[in-house]
Design a protein around this ligand. Structure first.
Ligand SMILES: [Zn+2]
Length: 361
């Protein structure tokens, strides 16, 4: 079984990674997948963004989800095999995030002994902040429980909790003037921004929360006092109320920095996606634990400080966890994936769907 599964998975992985699918350009990959799914008895819907929802069978399905996009282009990808690992030649990312997840799902479907009701979601633009899954409504999905195959962690990792994120845009306005002829007429927005940045608390602002200012834009010429600086950032926290609290703190810090300077500001903070938590006693976790035992997979239920489609799906009312698929170094040219890990995950997924043949536990 292991050898056959390995053959099927590596074939799928090769096929998937041969198609370039950066965020927003998933069309060719979706076109490749559609007939494969139809041949396996799925009925397909593709929404206006390009998300594919496929379903098969009567009764409550278990949702399996992976994203079609890669964080950047893999144009010209040359894959290399190194022992148990597949990697790129270093000139592009491999795109195993999340083509490993798709390959695992396809290989599992090909080797099932019993056909449980299934629902598949292949989302688009996940790497742009789950743009694809955010467009879904709860009535788009029949499943109540689901598995996202998208964690760059070893197989057995079950991400049952992740923080939500809020985005920040801060505009600091001063007054432009000639830097040499009449500097006294200027209010330097760069210096105002520096005063604010200098006071910022640490990135790990408190237990379970983080924030970052990651972009600074401003200035036009060395002989001009900068009239405007734009800062972009993010706040993450397991607690949704905590993000608003941190935003308030940052705004009052900015306000006091600018006091008496003649400068002004706009402070925008908006929710990007909510946090989620699937309780360790939830039936979904129990299902994963039960089916892992005969395969000697060690289940490690934990939180991870990164968003995924699981955040969005939980917010739609499903119970969804994100599973490790054996990818390492994702979002870098050192990205690689373990073949044996993908085989292990597909074998486990097959056992999970086998259990689901008796209905939701
Ligand atoms: Zn991913």
């Amino acid at each position: 079984m292991g050898d056959r599964m390995q053959e099927i998975i590596t074939e799928y992985f090769k096929m998937l990674t041969a198609i370039n699918s950066p965020s927003g350009e998933e069309g060719a990959l979706a076109t490749k997948l559609a007939p494969i799914l139809r041949d396996r008895g799925f009925s397909l819907r593709e929404d206006s963004l390009g998300n594919i929802i496929a379903s098969k069978g009567e009764g409550e399905p278990l949702l399996l989800c992976a994203h079609l996009d890669t964080v950047e282009s893999t144009e010209g990808l040359a894959t290399k095999y190194e022992g148990d690992y597949i990697k790129s030649d270093g000139s592009t990312i491999l795109g195993a995030d999340d083509k490993a997840g798709i390959a695992i799902i396809l290989a599992t479907l090909d080797t099932l002994d019993c056909q449980a009701p299934q629902e598949l979601l292949f989302s688009v633009q996940e790497e742009r902040g789950m743009v694809g899954s955010k467009a879904l409504r709860s009535e788009d999905l029949r499943a109540k429980w689901g598995l996202v195959l998208d964690a760059a962690e070893p197989v057995g990792a079950v991400i049952n909790q992740a923080p939500g994120e809020a985005d920040l845009e801060i505009l600091i306005r001063g007054q432009g003037a000639h830097a040499a002829a009449n500097p006294q007429d200027g209010i330097d927005a760069i210096r105002l921004a520096a005063g604010f940045i200098h006071q910022l608390p640490p990135h790990s602002i408190s237990e379970g929360s983080s924030f970052n200012i990651g972009v600074i834009q401003g200035g036009m010429a060395t002989n001009t006092i900068c009239p405007r600086v734009r800062l972009l950032g993010e706040i993450r926290s397991f607690e949704d109320a905590k993000r608003r609290e941190i935003a308030k703190e940052l705004e009052s810090m900015l306000q006091s920095t600018l006091e008496g300077s003649g400068g002004s500001y706009d402070f925008h903070c908006w929710e990007s996606y909510p946090s989620y938590l699937v309780d360790v006693d939830h039936g979904l976790i129990k299902l994963l634990e039960r089916t892992s035992v005969p395969l000697e997979i060690e289940v490690d239920v934990h939180s991870r400080f990164a968003g995924s489609d699981a955040n969005i799906l939980n917010n739609l009312g499903l119970a969804v966890v994100n599973l490790g698929v054996g990818v390492q170094g994702n979002h870098s040219s050192d990205e690689r994936v373990s073949i044996s890990a993908m085989v292990k995950m597909a074998t486990w997924l097959k056992a999970i769907l086998g259990d689901w043949c008796h209905g939701r536990p």
